[in-house]
Design a protein around this ligand. Structure first.
Ligand code: BGC
Length: 462
């Protein structure tokens, strides 16, 4: 077999087993939808307690993300992936078997640590082993794996909910892909960049030779890694906080992540079942599965067109459709709150509006916020910048998941969805005033413009 084919095989294997981290992230993210009412009933949880159970995972995510840079630097990307899989498997089973509420909360928190690690280390590992020309595709595939995970758990929860009514089984099945990832990740290559960082150049060279088409490519890449590590270690993340250019992109990254979360996506991902039930929909579980599927399909569309149409036009269209659909959902809730009984048409319209809303999110704010955050930071502050923006995403997600059902309960669904619509309207200004178009320009170009004092809006212009 030629080296070419062997290299491809190793890369694909690494991509699948590391990518399972993205899938597991999606499974845990989507798990609540369809299981929460069973858990609430069996464990006698109040509304606040059940929302806290859903959102305690995000506390774990935040802590996981904050530590993942250090963990993956200390034990390496590969071992962090193996550890992540172990956490996913062990704590899913612990949660599935326990009868103690405290242990159940603790296991969900620990699953959050795993999600936090995965959200940092999977894209990092991808970007470090992918050949340069395939790097973007690898990172986009990670977002796709998350949406596939969300869809798979919606489907599995709906089947298990219908035939077995067991939230324990819903949680226990998450252990299966964890075991596959645990076993598979033991046989993937180490990250060459990490090996160089630890002074193990010979090993790094051997790995590069096994995953690149030609020996000369491996040599070149090894030299590039050494050079870029020189730049990397020149400035630490915290020191960059003194630089105004870095503060500006960090601020933009934080705003974009806040917008992604406060547009309400996870109120729908987590609680669409409850929302549909409240609207009197006939098949809430089915509606949820459709939402998961649409999320996957439109993420594929986004991957195909994001480099063709550009980030900003897609963001504007996404925000427009999201604002309109949120207003429709809010208005239907308002009618219900005013004593009008929603008939089949109106509850069907609400489900349809949620589906269109998800499609618009999946095409725009879903992948694009991650892409822009991966593009705007200068090399020496990339790890730090991405850690901060990812942690912001989890904090905002925790807030949405913790308070959505309470807002619906105390102020009505109209209040919640009108609030999300207002956030989307504010989002237009963030895109209009601060967000650069980064389509088709190199990262070095963006970095150069940023450091030369160019306005944020213009750092993507040639
Ligand atoms: C968001 C997640 C969300 C997912 C839905 C991601 O881009 O960061 O919070 O659950 O999209 O597909």
């Amino acid at each position: 077999m030629s080296m070419n084919k062997n290299a491809r095989k190793i890369i694909i294997r690494a991509c699948i087993f590391a990518g399972l981290g993205g899938l597991l992230f999606g499974l845990d993210q989507g798990f609540i939808n369809g299981s929460l009412s069973f858990i609430k009933e069996e464990m006698h949880l109040s509304l606040i307690q059940s929302q806290s159970f859903a959102s305690i995972m995000h506390l774990g995510c935040i802590i996981g993300v904050l530590f993942s840079g250090w963990v993956s630097k200390t034990i390496g990307r590969k071992r962090t992936l193996v550890l992540t899989a172990l956490f996913f498997g062990f704590f899913s089973l612990l949660g599935a078997f326990t009868h103690d509420v405290f242990v159940l909360y603790a296991s969900r928190f620990a699953l959050g640590l795993a999600v936090g690690y995965a959200s940092f280390v999977v894209p990092l590992y991808f970007s470090e082993i992918a050949p340069a020309k395939m790097r973007g595709g690898f990172i986009a595939m990670y977002q796709l794996m998350i949406t596939i995970g969300i869809f798979a758990i919606f489907l599995s929860n709906s089947v298990i909910g219908t035939y077995f009514q067991s939230w324990r089984l819903m949680l226990g099945v998450i252990a299966l892909p964890s075991i596959v990832m645990f076993l598979g990740a033991m046989f993937i290559p180490q990250s060459p960049r990490w090996l160089v960082l630890r002074g193990r150049e010979d090993h790094a060279k051997a790995v590069l030779s096994s995953i690149r088409e030609h020996e000369s490519h491996a040599e070149d890449e090894l030299n590039e890694i050494k050079e870029s590590l020189d730049t990397d270690t020149k400035q630490g993340g915290w020191k960059l906080l003194k630089e105004s250019y870095f503060l500006r992109v960090l601020g933009l990254g934080i705003l974009l992540m806040l917008l992604q979360q406060f547009s309400g996506i996870n109120a729908v991902i987590y609680y669409s079942g409850e929302i549909f039930k409240k609207a009197g929909a006939q098949h809430p579980a089915m509606g949820t599965v459709v939402i998961g599927l649409i999320n996957v399909i439109f993420t594929v569309v986004a991957i195909k067109y994001v480099d063709k149409w550009g980030r900003k036009p897609i963001l504007y269209s996404g925000l427009t459709v999201m604002t309109l659909t949120l207003l429709i959902i809010g208005s239907l809730f308002k009618m219900q709150e005013n004593g009008i009984v929603l008939g089949n048409f109106s509850s069907g319209l609400m489900v349809a509006a949620c589906i269109v809303y998800i499609a618009a999110f999946a095409m725009s704010l879903g992948p694009i916020m991650w892409i822009i955050c991966a593009e705007i930071f200068p090399l020496e502050g990339r790890d730090f910048g991405i850690t901060v923006t990812t942690a912001t995403c989890w904090v905002a997600c925790a807030i949405v998941v913790q308070f959505s059902l309470s807002i619906i309960h105390h102020f009505g669904g109209s209040a919640l969805f009108f609030l999300f619509a207002i956030c989307c309207v504010l989002g237009f200004s963030i895109v209009r005033l601060f967000t650069p178009e980064t389509k088709g320009v190199s990262l070095e170009h963006i970095e150069g413009k940023l450091k030369s004092g160019e306005k944020l809006l213009r750092i993507g212009r040639t």
